[in-house]
Design a binder for this molecule. Sequence first.
Ligand code: SF4
Length: 364
Amino acid sequence: MTESPVLSVEDLTVAFDTPRGTLTAIEELSFEVRTGETVCLVGESGSGKTVAGETITRLIPTPPGRVLNGSVRFDGYDLTAASERELRSIRGNRIAHVFQNPQGALDPAYSVGHQVAETIQLHEDDPRAEDRAIELLDAVGLPNPGRAAGQYPHQLSGGVKQRVVIAAALAADPDVLIADEPTTALDVVTQAQILRLLAELQAERDLGVLFVTHDLGVVAEVADRVVVVYAGRVMERGPVDAVLSDPAHPYTRALLASLPGRGEGMEPLDGSFPDPQDRPAGCLFHPRCPHAVEACRESVPDEMAIGPERTAACIYYGPDFETSELDDEPGFDSSGSEDEPGFQASALDDQSDFESSDPEEDSR
Ligand code: SF4
């Protein structure tokens, strides 16, 4: 893996104008994706992670969406200020998206081979587009790509359709792939197959991948680094093994404690997100945080360095508090047990080793 960032998001703040007023979706969000690595943006539904992914290529509807501050750096461009012409040369070409619902991404009136070929033609006039479409369907693991190319979306399962969408996303040989909950609509076996496929394609093509998910199991499976987002702000970031085995921020700890089968059992996260129109002062997590003190309500905590490439935005990592006080959190034992420190990626190994003999089988 090289260390060069291929995509840098800096201090990005995005809001939506609605009849109720201005709703802040993400606030001062920064992260980078390097060539050949997978960065996971993780948080509950509504945390702003999808808005972040879509703002990168300006897919959010504007209006009502507005970038209030920040930049998205890619290959010398600031995509928040790029012209439509510049964006068209990058979106789907250099930066490709894969979304949750493959059905919505495919046109029911055309064969999937035609649709992949059409995507190739969008980016370059290639008389071999039909043949290249079949090659791409082969690359995403369809065992009979020539036959699959002639099939229509309604003839294919969700898993096969998602492979077709991934093939289309790879048509222009992008530098960055933004995958937004690409396996959420799939059964657990197909999910494991698609995750493995994405990992293989990333390694082959040296892609930078931004993976947006609410699922810490998926994070454990695919991430090199993880950025934990709450109400549009970064709570914690770091290498995936460090964050999942030794979570620092109370929100990350609460997310992990809410996983079924962890430790003493599932501890649902109490409370709900702050109203995006009426965000609380101070730490956004304080209304739900068992460790909140008066200082948490007074100012937004900075992200503080807590280890190699690790930060946590919590006052307990500042000079005036002891992090050991966080270990008393009800329902969470930060020390874990010898057998279960935090969350282990290997917990998914059994699942991901399962493969159906034919990815097309589930299309019937
Ligand atoms: S700053 Fe305060 S409210 Fe926020 S996570 Fe830390 S202890 Fe909880």
